[in-house]
Design a protein around this ligand. Structure first.
Ligand code: GTP
Ligand code: MG
Length: 510
């Protein structure tokens, strides 16, 4: 990957050298011409004028491309920053969260899937409740058997969850009330299943743990040794969401004091600057029993440093952590609702396309002509455009639909898609039909199936157009159409369609 910029630079230098050579040759040629014609009153002046004009055009083109190049990075930067900047003060955070929740109400009204709508409504009501009466949720997150449950038990001072030497002891996230003196808000602590475990059950548990971590006000990330890169990555993602985290180095009784210090230092370096050094702490949540002669001594858990730090963080930042979290949750709920609505609209739009592709196929089959008639197809597609527009909330009349359908038909023709469609459908029909596919008899199925296929490509392209607020994007209509052709061919849709059309229309036995 790193070699790409060098290759580009070399190419640029080679091009520059080439164009400089061309320019020198051009100037030389002009000078030769000028010397040859300098005593001619008109020709000499004309040559100078052409030369000046050419130079001006060259200068203008260079300036234009320089402008494009300079504009590009800033545009990219604005695309990259997907997350909107968070408001600074508490009142604004609260206000934006409330606005997001109000917007969510409107989004939910559009969702037809009752189950999805009820789930969103429940989460939204819970969030509104938390906004009115803040609660603080501390989520314990980390790899399997790192001692998460042991830490929760030690912090709560009771045996709340089951502890075991094998991975996957905790199968579901569990929430406990935690009375922490000095914190105004009620505090809860959640024990999560471990991450990075193999097998389908492990993957499911991990996704639950991640979802819980995303909803945390404060994260306790538990490790029992050096952090692996695979552990740093999820942590990085959570912190990028704005999560406040403490890193707990547990099971320190397994190391000598010198080893503990070396490991602690290494952990602090690994997570800097995501987590500051004072938030990387050592703990001994369930020390191993020690055999002294015939006696077994069970040392006490030591999590005092961790508890003190949690208290200090929640006391100083609890209110703002809860607000940040509520804001994040409200944004995520909005994004979820948006995704559901988009999928719903796409499904409705697909139904429209489905209907029109069969209408076009039927009409063309009933009125076969020697060639695929794009104008006739466009006339029917005009109505499809109007209906697709209305799915995406864009009211247009039949005339506007006709214009769009016509310009798309022209693009289909210019891309050679009509010939392509005929070739493809002929090939498929040859395998589908029992009779050999030659002669006039099969012209109608070929024309009809091609017309149905082109209607689908047109319809799918229009979905993209309406989804992008009635624009074709950077590559224009051609790029959208090409992408639809590729994805339709990859999906094997045409084979199924021709087979289905053969059964339903072309070769139906009645
Ligand atoms: N030596 C030592 N062992 C510990 C310590 N904390 C936990 N353990 C042991 O580590 C093992 C795993 O502990 P758990 O608390 O069940 O770990 P977990 O992270 O909740 O594990 P899962 O729920 O399976 O993901 C148990 O055998 C604990 O006794 C510690 O501080 N020192
Ligand atoms: Mg556990």
């Amino acid at each position: 990957m790193r070699s790409v910029p060098y290759v580009r630079l070399l190419l640029l230098l080679a091009l520059l050298a080439f164009f400089t050579g061309l320019l020198v040759w051009l100037i030389q040629s002009f000078l030769d011409l000028y010397y040859a014609t300098r005593y001619h009153p008109i020709l000499g002046g004309l040559l100078i004028a052409v030369l000046v004009l050419l130079l001006l055009v060259f200068l203008a083109a260079s300036l234009y491309y320089l402008f494009l190049f300079r504009r590009h990075p800033s545009e990219k930067a604005s695309e990259g920053s997907q997350r909107p900047a968070l408001p600074e003060n508490a009142a604004d955070k609260r206000l934006v969260t409330q606005q997001n929740l109000a917007q969510l109400e409107a989004q939910m009204a559009q969702i037809q899937d009752q189950v999805a709508r009820a789930a969103l409504a429940e989460r939204s009501a819970l969030l509104a409740k938390h906004l009115a009466q803040p609660q603080l949720k501390v989520v314990v997150f980390g790899t399997g058997s790192a001692g998460k449950t042991s830490l929760v038990n030690a912090l709560l001072g009771r045996r709340a969850g089951a502890v075991g030497a094998t991975l996957g002891t905790t199968e579901a996230a569990t929430l406990y009330e935690w009375s922490l003196p000095g914190i105004p808000e009620p505090v809860q602590i959640m024990d999560c299943p471990g991450i990075l475990e193999i097998g389908p059950a492990g993957v499911m548990r991990e996704s639950e743990a991640r979802a819980q971590a995303e909803a945390a006000d404060l994260l306790l990330v538990v490790v029992d040794g050096d952090l692996r890169q695979s552990e740093v990555d999820p942590l990085r993602q959570l912190i990028a969401l704005g999560k406040r985290a403490l890193l707990i180095f547990n099971k320190i009784d397994r190391y000598t004091p010198e080893e503990q210090q070396i490991l602690l230092q290494r952990l602090r370096e690994r997570v800097a600057p995501l987590i500051s050094p004072q938030d990387v702490l050592m703990a001994c949540a369930a020390p191993a029993p020690i055999q002294v002669g015939s006696q077994t001594w069970r040392p006490e858990a030591d999590v005092a440093v961790v508890k003190d730090r949690i208290q200090a963080v929640l006391y100083a930042e609890g209110g703002s952590l809860a607000l940040d979290n509520a804001l994040l949750q409200s944004q995520q709920l909005g994004e979820t609702a948006k995704r559901i609505i988009q999928a719903q609209l796409r499904q409705q739009a697909e139904q429209v396309i489905d209907r029109f592709q069969w209408i076009v196929t039927g009409v063309v089959f009933a009125n076969p002509i020697p060639a695929v008639d794009l104008l006739a197809i466009a006339a029917i597609n005009a109505q499809m455009v109007v209906e697709l527009g209305s799915v995406y909330g864009c009211q247009m009349n039949l005339q506007q639909g006709r214009e769009l359908a016509l310009s798309l038909a022209k693009t289909l023709a210019s891309l050679g898609l009509v010939e392509g469609a005929i070739q493809l459908t002929t090939g498929i029909l040859a395998t589908v039909a029992e009779v050999s596919v030659v002669g006039f008899l099969v012209t109608a199925p070929i024309q009809a199936a091609s017309a149905g296929y082109l209607t689908r490509i047109a319809g799918k392209s229009f979905i993209e157009y309406f989804q992008r607020n009635q624009t074709w994007g950077e590559g224009g209509m051609q790029a959208v159409v090409k992408a639809q052709v590729q994805s339709t061919q990859k999906s094997g849709w045409l084979q199924d369609f021709v087979r289905e059309a053969s059964k339903r229309i072309f070769f139906q036995k009645d």
